[in-house]
Design a protein around this ligand. Structure first.
Ligand SMILES: CC(C)(COP(=O)(O)OP(=O)(O)OC[C@H]1O[C@@H](n2cnc3c(N)ncnc32)[C@H](O)[C@@H]1OP(=O)(O)O)[C@@H](O)C(=O)NCCC(=O)NCCS
Length: 170
């Protein structure tokens, strides 16, 4: 998707992954985002959308990770600090939500310090885990850290301190 502000959002390619890693590193260092090894980023390339400038350089990224038939997470949403407040984050969320709808998801989760931004995109803070017991029993089997954070499992609590759990119905 092209915009008037000189950037566009497109699906990520493997050639974007090192730029994504560099983009999120400061946020990982400051414990805003969960760290991901390069191999994990390459493995999840199909989950990522990127915002690129006119020279096709990555200025933002975000991923959609499916948890369950109706449930997914927006994760690793990040915009280069030189390009914030220009609608890049908004365009990335729109692309990820469109993909979520295509996939059949009806509920999106995110774990974030950016409560105002996500609230303005229809998310609301939901401190409690709200899934049926049979779904919980399946989700708890996942090795994915984001699923564990969604379930608020004790082993990931140190990652999530100070974050808000937010949910949106699509
Ligand atoms: C959250 C984040 C992705 C937002 O990116 P962004 O590109 O600045 O997002 P937008 O420009 O679409 O919107 C940001 C604000 O700028 C405003 N804005 C958008 N376009 C604008 C424009 N052209 N002029 C002025 N303001 C504008 C929006 O209204 C929004 O305000 P709000 O936060 O009060 O709702 C970015 O701040 C970030 O990378 N944060 C750190 C990582 C993180 O916490 N990610 C979330 C967890 S996964």
């Amino acid at each position: 998707m092209a915009t008037d502000d000189g950037f566009r959002v497109r699906p990520a390619t493997t050639g974007d992954i090192r730029a994504i890693a560099a983009l999120i590193q400061p946020l990982v260092d400051s414990r805003v985002l969960l760290g991901k090894d390069l191999v994990v980023l390459f493995e999840s390339v199909q989950e990522f959308s990127v915002a690129v400038d006119a020279a096709d350089q990555v200025i933002g990224c975000g991923a959609l990770h499916v948890f369950w038939e109706d449930l997914g997470e927006i994760r690793t949403l990040s915009v280069d600090s030189a390009h914030t407040h220009k609608g890049v984050g908004h365009a990335l969320i729109e692309a990820l939500e469109a993909r979520a709808r295509e996939l059949g998801l009806t509920t999106l989760f995110c774990l974030t310090f950016e409560v105002e931004f996500f609230t303005s995109h229809g998310f609301s803070v939901q401190p409690e885990v709200d899934v049926a017991p049979d779904v919980y029993a399946e989700l708890v089997r996942s090795p994915d850290e984001g699923v564990a954070e969604f379930l608020d499992l004790a082993r990931v609590k140190p990652n999530t301190l100070g974050n808000s759990r937010m949910v949106k119905t699509l």
